[in-house]
Design a binder for this molecule. Sequence first.
Ligand code: FE
Length: 218
Amino acid sequence: MAADPHDDADAHDAAHDPEHSHLGAMDLRVRALETVLAQKGYIDPAALDALIDTYQTRIGPRNGARVVARAWADADYRAWLLRDATAAIAALGYSGRQGEHMVVVENTPARHNLVVCTLCSCYPWPVLGLPPTWYKSAPYRARAVRDPRGVLADFGVTLPDETEIRVWDSTAEVRYLVLPRRPAGTEALSEDELAALVTRDSMIGTGLARSAAAAAVR
Ligand code: FE
């Protein structure tokens, strides 16, 4: 057997957990395919870069934050969002791949919602952008279901024992967005100021919205 697993492709795969070796192989395939297609003139690498940049910078959690802020500020919009999230979110201009069938789940004192994809990494791209690495990790995907309170503790979130934690398993069909609780003392804030309190993690359920005080010293 080769001393260094990197000397041997099979040993290399065996030395890593299946998910990572799978992603590594996928990454190589994507790069090889991109090179061939670019050489043949089928694709423009600059256009691909623009597409990736779109999801990394333009389409991101700020979109979801605007949805949440609108729901906090406008009771009618909030009701619409909870009734037909796909349409209510599209009305703010956010729609497209991985966001075709949205469901918004609202946090209350009685219930906190946590989103996971136990199968892979389904995630609402139009409102949250690309998923964080931990969201795709096997430990998060397994533990969110088995021990959601423990996962929340790892993220620094402690909820009262009487608050039920409801875990939502995303699928190819349905993508969930958490409507976090509006922080106290934010009655006078504008929608833009409210949006600044909405973190990505608060819309996945692994975090809470920032307090008005935290925002003030930001
Ligand atoms: Fe998935």
